[in-house]
Design a binder for this molecule. Structure first.
Ligand code: RB5
Length: 144
């Protein structure tokens, strides 16, 4: 199984740990960039670390968890080559892969129940990018 990067802040820590357990159980190799406790910390720090590891080719995809998912998605989308999708349902997760080739999934631990979060994650991981006309649009994004 491909490597999957994981990152969170204090608000996302607990859900990140659940996600880690789930991924390990499914046979994924997980690279956890932190945080590692529920002590208050700054979400852009962990976002930057995870994005850098994708840019460096350590793993093709990553999952970021903060309270709303918003701060981490804002921060991640500043990084070149990162297409972060904040998803609150399975449809967004599927489309963010199929049409947008998202390489980072952002989840809000204070927005989603655990079961929904894991369901979103499962759909996101299994959906392939459809390329075709969508590739042209990604190329435009990447030209910014
Ligand atoms: C932390 O309180 C919270 O601001 C953070 O987890 C996240 O929701 C930011 O977007």
């Amino acid at each position: 199984m491909a490597n999957v990067l994981l990152g969170s802040d204090h608000a996302g820590f607990f859900l990140k740990e659940i996600i880690k357990q789930e991924l390990v159980q499914k046979g994924y190799e997980v690279i956890d960039v932190g945080c590692f406790t529920e002590t208050s910390c700054d979400y852009p720090v962990f976002t930057a670390d995870l994005c850098k590891q994708i840019q460096d080719g350590k793993a093709p995809k990553g999952v970021l968890v903060c309270g709303t998912g918003i701060g981490m998605s804002m921060a991640a989308n500043r990084a070149k080559g990162i297409r972060a999708a904040l998803c609150a349902n399975e449809y967004q997760a599927r489309m963010s892969r199929a049409h947008n080739d998202s390489n980072v999934l952002c989840l809000g631990s204070r927005v989603l129940g655990q079961d929904l979060a894991l369901s979103i994650l499962e759909v996101w991981l299994k959906t392939e990018f459809e390329a075709g006309r969508h590739m042209r649009r990604i190329d435009i994004i990447e030209s910014f």
